[in-house]
Design a protein around this ligand. Structure first.
Ligand SMILES: [Zn+2]
Length: 133
């Protein structure tokens, strides 16, 4: 059986990554992070959105969840964890409206580019140009 628990340290890390990469569209007040255990999934992490029809039914704005699968994610190196979280963040479109960006955009090449930018950010100010803009 799958169990979920809030992962506040993942949310902190996701927040740092989003800020460092200038992802101003990521509304951290509407982004939750969970860690699951007991999943049979092959995935390392997943991104969920509250879709438009749910937003309307519940009379609320879009929310997103990033789930990390403990058995797969926790044993990764710090850099691989960051790349996985960049990948999941990239699925969230600029509109932050409940949709997803697909794997034509969310691909290893673009993740790698943003990861490089993230590492450069450690030594300099905010990035001047980003593939996200
Ligand atoms: Zn993906």
């Amino acid at each position: 059986m799958i169990k979920y628990e809030p992962a506040f340290e993942i949310r902190d890390l996701v927040g740092q990554i989003a800020n460092s990469l200038g992802m101003a569209h990521i509304d951290l007040s509407r982004l939750a992070c969970f860690r699951s255990t007991g999943s049979a999934s092959r995935a390392i992490a997943r991104c969920y959105a509250l879709s438009k029809i749910w937003q309307q039914a519940l009379n609320t704005k879009a929310h997103y969840i990033i789930e990390v699968i403990s058995e797969k994610f926790d044993r990764l190196s710090d850099s691989d964890k960051e790349k996985v979280l960049i990948h999941e963040l990239m699925h969230i479109p600029k509109a932050f409206g409940g949709g997803f960006r697909q794997h034509d955009f969310v691909c290893a090449r673009n993740v790698e580019a943003l990861y490089k930018q993230l590492k450069m950010h450690t030594f300099s100010a905010a990035p001047q140009n980003s593939i996200l803009r």
